[in-house]
Design a protein around this ligand. Structure first.
Ligand code: HEC
Length: 202
């Protein structure tokens, strides 16, 4: 048991020693900041003038505005690159013609068709909810460009979804290539003709 008169804080304990500052009887414990803290503080003081000179005088450190301008330039470059890769301008029939009859593109188009289109146009494009895509009749025109346009823009009010935001220009051209490759395949269960008779000529 402790003696009641004795100070519960041991004045000789190492971290409670008083410093010898004494202001009108007010004393101060000798309790310095931890070393790492002091060094962070010193580093901040050293860094401050370098920063001020770097940003405001000599410009070897980017200011917020510089960083913003750089990032905006990068963004503009990204946009230009994206627009070059995905032109807004209508893709011409001539451009699509380069995809027609090329095995690699037909295969790619077939795979995209199975995943995205077969549920409405049928596994063999014989027609289901959407029209038969193997015959000579087209509701929205029969050129390569017409097909590309319908795939891109869709016909929402008739239930054909637009694919422009989902599939790349190349993928949509591959779809046209695939649809051309199955022309006249006369699949079983073909849906009756819809639209106008068109001889596909691109
Ligand atoms: C949700 C069902 C649905 C999906 C999915 C769908 N289509 Fe269609 N598609 C339709 C319908 C319905 C029409 C007919 C639109 C009309 O009557 O104007 C159509 C029309 C078309 C036409 C025009 C046919 C014509 O006669 O002019 C093409 C080409 C076409 N789709 C291709 C595709 C391709 C390629 C895909 C896959 C990327 C696809 N569609 C996915 C429902 C769909």
């Amino acid at each position: 048991m402790q003696n009641q008169d004795s100070n519960p804080i041991d004045p000789t304990s190492e971290d409670l020693l008083l410093s010898n500052h004494n202001y009108d009887g007010i004393e101060e414990f000798d309790n310095p900041m931890p070393g790492w803290w002091v060094w962070v503080f010193v580093a901040c003081i050293v860094w401050a003038p370098i920063y001020v000179i770097g940003v405001h005088q000599m410009g070897f450190i980017n200011s917020y505005e510089d960083d913003l301008a750089n990032d905006q330039m990068e963004l503009a470059e990204l946009r230009t690159a994206y627009e070059t890769a995905n032109p807004v301008a209508e893709v011409t029939s001539e451009a699509i013609a380069a995809y027609i009859g090329v095995a690699e593109h037909i295969e790619a188009g077939a795979a995209i068709f199975t995943t995205n289109c077969a549920m409405c146009h049928g596994a063999l494009a014989e027609g289901l909810i959407g029209p038969n895509l193997t015959d000579d009749y087209w509701i929205h025109g029969g050129t390569h460009q017409d097909l590309f346009h319908v795939i891109t823009e869709g016909v929402l009010e008739k239930g054909m979804t637009p694919w422009g935001a989902v599939l790349s220009v190349e993928q949509r051209m591959q779809l046209v290539s695939f649809i051309r490759s199955i022309h006249g395949s006369n699949p079983p269960g073909a849906k009756p003709a819809q639209g106008e008779l068109v001889t596909p000529n691109g």
